[in-house]
Structure formats: structure tokens, C-alpha cells
Design a protein. Structure first.
Length: 354
């Protein structure tokens, strides 16, 4: 008996094709993720190794996460640590948030809708209602609003005035809210407002965050969720039911990062500036780069450009798979920058000459 492929299965297949061995796999560089490409620092690795030697990583941690890390996240948000749970990857945090909060609700997503949410919404049996946040907002009463800020699709940060508009609508329409604020770091000259800090939003908002300001932390598969006392418990409980707790080594890596000074926005900015300069030299337009994590080329044949870059030894992300056709997302290279830029240059030349 044949079965129709699920959206989740389609995304797994897309990922498998993306990761299939290239002709020269050993020299292929990956700039296809939403986090900058680089390794964690020696300090983070050494602190994690020390935690292992103290046997802090050979058993389950507290279900919400190790207390110092929960306290560190809570301190950033000015909330109680009991309102924080450490998750695995950002993908896990997004899944448990939607799976716990979406059933029986209409899910409102501003355009362009990030494709990464569709499998979880489908699995929850919910319906996506896309809308233009700059136009008149939908008539709603109850439901779930998901706001990705910065956007994992474009890298752009929502202006404060737009967030205030969405917050007022969420309150008047009695919407539960997921504020996905995991993409980062944000450029220091860009105004960034946490949605949960706006009037009436603290108790109705679940925030998803990461340690993206720290090079290499994405590879440790660690993120967090936090929220008000009404919206947070079902997400926390589902996360703990699925995985009990997040890998101890990843948590100690994140703790070492937040306790140290491992954020490297200067390096991110240099890498991003180099990417933007190269794309400008090839007359390729880009979305406004509010996040330092990646650059999004627009107005391109995304399939052809992705294939040309792959042939040149560079993996980038076809925007069609992200929900934004005609674009290509390129992560900021923190290591092997010269090689990555040279490969992108070759890919762009091949794309233009095809």
C-alpha cells in the first residue's frame, strides 16, 4: 500500500539531498545553516571536558536543565528560573512549542512564512493562516501567533512599531504567542525588542532563544524556551516527556559560553561585510542584513545558484526550501573565510555564465 509523503518526510528528503556527498566532499564547505559557520572556542571545549572529568555529564541533569544555565537565561529575561527550560537544538525548541500549543488552534504566521514550522503545525493537526503584517490584521479570536524575529528566512528584524502593532492585536484577539528570537546575533546598530516585554505580552508569550552570539554553539545542539506561567508549562512538560533533559555536555558548553566572553560580533561583522561586498561585486541584491548570522541573496534563480555553489565546493541554502523562493541564504563564515569566499566567487561566476 502506498502512502502520500508527509511534509516532514519531504523536509527530511530535502535535507538528505543537501547533505549528499559532493564530488569532492572533503573540500566542500557548508554555509547552509542559519547560524554562522565556525568552531567553539578552546575555553568552551576545555570547560566541557572538565565537566566530563567531574562526572557531571554521565547522568541526567535536572529535567529543566542545569540550574546555573537556567539562572543565566532567566537573568537575561528578568524572569524566575522556574520559567526556563533548556532544549536541544533550536529545531527541537520550535517543534515542542508548536506541538504543545497549536492543537485545536489556527496558527497565524506573518509572511514570508518560514517553512520550518509547517511539519510541526501539520503534525499538530492545526491550520496555518499566513498574513501580511504590514496590512490589515486578520479577524481572530483565540489561536496561536508565531513571530520569528529576526526572521530565519530573510535575516531581517521586525521594527519596534510593527511588534507593538502585533502585540496589541494579540491582546485584543486573545492569542497565545510564540516569539522565536533564536536567530542571532543581531547587529548592534539595529533596534531589537523582545516581544514578551511589550504591554500585555509577558504571560501569553513563549520565547525561543539560543546561544547564537557565541561561535560554534549551534553545533552543541542547545537552546532554551521561557515563558509566562500559563503558556510555559505545556511546552516544558512536552519537552521533558520527549527527551527528559538536554545533553549534559551541551549544557555545560553553553554555560561556559555565557559565563565567559565568547561572543564575537566583530568577527561576525567582518565575515558578513566580506560576503556582502562579494555579492555586490557580482551585482546580487540582498535582504537588509539585520542579523549577523547570514546574508540572503534575492532576485536570483535559487536552484541554479545553489547548484553552482555546490559544484564550486560550497553548500548554501535554497530559499525555496525555507519558504522564500528566489533567494539563497549564505551563513557568515568564521573559519576558512578566504576559501569560502573563493568558492562562492567561483559559484557566482558559474551561475552568471550558465
Amino acid at each position: 500500500m502506498s502512502m502520500a509523503p508527509s511534509r516532514l518526510g519531504e523536509q527530511v528528503a530535502q535535507r538528505a539531498r543537501l547533505l549528499a556527498p559532493a564530488a569532492d566532499a572533503e573540500s566542500t564547505l557548508a554555509l547552509s545553516d542559519e547560524a554562522p559557520a565556525g568552531s567553539s572556542s578552546a575555553a568552551v571545549r576545555e570547560a566541557t571536558a572538565a565537566a566530563m572529568e567531574r562526572h557531571q555529564c554521565d547522568h541526567y541533569t535536572r529535567r529543566p536543565g542545569i540550574a546555573p544555565l537556567c539562572r543565566a537565561v532567566a537573568g537575561q529575561l528578568a524572569i524566575d528560573e522556574s520559567q526556563v527550560t533548556i532544549c536541544g537544538s533550536v529545531a527541537e525548541a520550535r517543534y515542542v512549542a508548536v506541538r504543545a500549543l497549536a492543537p485545536g488552534r489556527t496558527v497565524y504566521l506573518p509572511t514570508p512564512v518560514p517553512a520550518l514550522y509547517r511539519p510541526a503545525v501539520d503534525f499538530a493537526g492545526a491550520t496555518i493562516h499566513p498574513f501580511d503584517p504590514l496590512a490589515e490584521l486578520p479577524a481572530a479570536q483565540g489561536g496561536l501567533l508565531i513571530v520569528s524575529n529576526p526572521s530565519p528566512v530573510t535575516g531581517e528584524v521586525a521594527p519596534p512599531a510593527l511588534l507593538q502593532k502585533l502585540a496589541a492585536w494579540a491582546v485584543s484577539a486573545n492569542l497565545a504567542v510564540v516569539a522565536d528570537e533564536s536567530v542571532g546575533p543581531v547587529r548592534p546598530d539595529v533596534a531589537f525588542v523582545r516581544l514578551a516585554t511589550l504591554p500585555g505580552m509577558a504571560e501569553r508569550t513563549l520565547t525561543i532563544g539560543s546561544f547564537a552570539a557565541v561561535p560554534g554553539l549551534a553545533a552543541w545542539q542547545v537552546s532554551w524556551v521561557a515563558g509566562g506561567k500559563e503558556i510555559f508549562p505545556p511546552v516544558r512538560d512536552l519537552k521533558q516527556t520527549i527527551t527528559i533533559c538536554t545533553a549534559a555536555a551541551s549544557q555545560y558548553a553553553a554555560l561556559a559560553a555565557v559565563q565567559g566572553s565568547d561572543s564575537d560580533e566583530d568577527s561576525y561583522a567582518v565575515g558578513q561585510a566580506a560576503l556582502l561586498a562579494l555579492l555586490k561585486r557580482h551585482s546580487v541584491a540582498c535582504h537588509r542584513p539585520d542579523s549577523l548570522a547570514f546574508v540572503v541573496a534575492q532576485g536570483v534563480d535559487s536552484a541554479r545558484l545553489t547548484a553552482a555553489c555546490r559544484s564550486a565546493g560550497l553548500l548554501v541554502r535554497d530559499g525555496a526550501a525555507l519558504g522564500n523562493p528566489g533567494t539563497v541564504r549564505i551563513a557568515v563564515p568564521l573559519e576558512e573565510r578566504a576559501n569560502a569566499l573563493a568558492a562562492l566567487d567561483r559559484g557566482l561566476h558559474a551561475y552568471k555564465g550558465a
